[in-house]
Design a protein around this ligand. Structure first.
Ligand SMILES: [Zn+2]
Length: 211
């Protein structure tokens, strides 16, 4: 199951998870409730996670499916730093406590920073889109406002980048195969790869055996 309040982010995550774990294809269900876990205080966090867990279970039972695992997405809305680890660990633990198996996908600074890892996919989407040298082959988690970089620098010529382009650019990265060869690094991207792979090995097969 996929949760996160932004539909473009959910679509993007679905494309990536289905690529990294083919067993998830056609089996991911989305819930689009407002998820505000990042800034919640400890008491509020458990309460919000409980609400999310209830909704996820209710949704699974409506779909007549077993709830194998939940991916929850939020943007950190700041560049990579100590805060990333603190927030991720805290929310991840709360999710595990409530759900058993879950992955908190916290993108730094936002999911658009991941797009900068795939210059070929951006150019594949609109041929004049180009990631300028200063944003290439670096830690894209350290780039402030990656959305603005995409709008102002990458899509300087050709039509401007729009937020709704993100899923299609990830789709392009999958189609071209470059999704497996990021240009540069991003700690939250590596974490997503780890989560997708752990989930695939530990959570999805378990569902298969019991179904
Ligand atoms: Zn999982």
């Amino acid at each position: 199951m996929l949760a996160g309040e932004d539909s473009n982010d959910r679509k993007s995550l679905r494309i990536l998870l289905e690529e990294f774990c083919p067993q998830m294809r056609g089996r991911l269900v989305e819930i689009n409730d407002k998820v505000r876990l990042r800034d919640a205080t400890q008491g509020t966090l458990s309460a919000r996670v409980d609400v999310l867990a209830k909704k996820a279970r209710a949704r699974a039972s409506r779909e007549n499916a077993e709830l194998a695992c939940v991916f929850v997405h939020e943007d950190l809305d700041r560049i990579d730093g100590e805060m990333y680890i603190t927030v991720r660990d805290r929310v991840q633990k709360a999710l595990i406590d409530a759900l058993g198996s879950a992955h908190y996908v916290l993108s730094v600074e936002e999911m658009e920073a991941w797009l900068l890892l795939f210059p070929d996919a951006l150019a594949g989407m609109v041929s004049s889109w180009k990631v300028p040298a200063q944003y290439r082959n670096r830690d894209t988690g350290s780039i402030a406002d990656p959305k603005k970089v995409l709008m102002r620098s990458v899509s300087k010529s050709g039509r401007p980048y729009r937020e709704s382009d993100a899923p299609a650019v990830f789709g392009k990265a999958v189609a071209l195969g470059c999704v497996h060869k990021p240009v540069g690094t991003n700690r939250s991207w590596n974490q997503l790869r780890t989560d997708a792979s752990d989930c695939c090995q530990q959570h999805i097969p378990r569902m298969r055996r019991s179904s």
